[in-house]
Design a protein around this ligand. Structure first.
Ligand code: ZN
Length: 321
């Protein structure tokens, strides 16, 4: 057995046409350019994060999986011949993202080796008046959506929802959605990078050309009757208390406010991912202790056992169900 400890990874920053510099507020080092995504914990061909703390520093999450998969990921979190089940990102939406939809695991035209993508968002910061696109308007069916795309008026079919910091959104595969300008988001999702673009505001990509749309795939995977998407306000919870903010077949996410020393424990069934959404404090475990602050993400091995959070923190805790 390896001595387990909370793993912190060096983020993989991704330039996006809709990105900006907002992730600097977390003290993260950004390369030049419009940085839209920080992949904080990833085990994907398009981004594999490497451990940056402790005795396992330098190992990629893929190598951690190969060496310690079952012990660290847990009996439910470890999938034989599969990658780490989740992908954790911070997003800076300095401009509107394309209108998009993700497939389920069962879509027959998925790229080889890819999974579907069910995700959730927790809004870390929002400018006044910020909004997102979240689901179809009542009664929009496939022919109506197809006609609207064809005629360049897809926005008429979509619901706009105002957002503020602390809002949580569950976005099951099949939900048409888009983050819009002025929000910073923590995203917890299935480990997948498959997106079908419905509409991109006729705007050029980083290379100056229009980005490809995936109209047929989008129409195929959209859940016209709704896919169980839900949104919630998450204020009003007390100190050292968890509130479930997303429950899916792939992840359970809870929000907690640390206001005093809080003793917690992992189980042998699943790893725990902690995303520090606000504040600063400490994370201690059998054999170690470290400072934590907003914007940091940790992977706690299933075999870690007891740990304690202290300080003044807002934390998102994710496990596999
Ligand atoms: Zn998405």
């Amino acid at each position: 057995m390896t001595q387990a400890y909370p793993l912190q990874f060096k983020p993989e920053m991704k330039e996006r046409i809709w990105g900006g510099r907002a992730l600097e507020q977390f003290g993260l080092e950004l390369p030049d350019g419009a940085i839209g995504e920080g992949w904080m914990i990833g085990d994907h061909p398009n981004g594999t994060t490497k451990v940056m703390n402790g005795s396992l520093a330098g190992l990629g999450l893929d190598e951690i999986r190969e060496r310690y998969g079952r012990e660290f990921f847990g009996t439910k979190g470890y999938v034989e011949n599969g990658r780490f089940p989740l992908l954790i990102k911070l997003l800076d939406c300095n401009d509107d993202l394309s209108i998009q939809v993700h497939p389920t695991d069962s879509y027959e035209k998925l790229p080889k080796g890819e999974l579907g993508k069910t995700e959730m968002w927790y809004i870390l910061a929002a400018e006044p008046g910020a909004k997102i696109i979240y689901g179809l308007k009542e009664g929009v069916d496939r022919p109506a959506l197809a006609a609207a795309i064809e005629e360049g008026r897809v926005m008429d079919c979509l619901q706009e929802v105002p957002v503020e910091a602390g809002d949580a959104f569950y976005i099951p595969a099949g939900t048409v959605h888009a983050l819009c300008a002025g929000v910073v988001v923590a995203e917890i999702q299935q480990n997948s990078d498959t997106t079908y673009r419905v509409f991109d505001y006729n705007r050029p990509g980083l290379d100056g050309k229009l980005r490809e749309l995936h109209v047929e795939d989008s129409l195929n995977v959209t859940a016209y009757e709704g896919a169980g998407a839900s949104r919630m306000k998450t204020d009003g919870i007390g100190g050292n208390e968890w509130l479930a903010i997303a429950e899916s077949p792939y992840f359970i996410v809870e929000k907690g406010l640390v206001r005093a020393p809080w003793k917690l424990t992992t189980t042998t069934e699943s790893f725990v991912i902690l995303v520090i959404a606000e504040g600063s404090g400490t994370l201690s475990w059998d054999g170690g202790k470290q400072d934590v602050k907003a914007g940091e993400c940790f992977l706690l091995p299933a075999s870690l056992g007891g740990y304690e959070l202290d300080g003044h923190l807002t934390v998102l805790r994710s496990v596999t169900p």
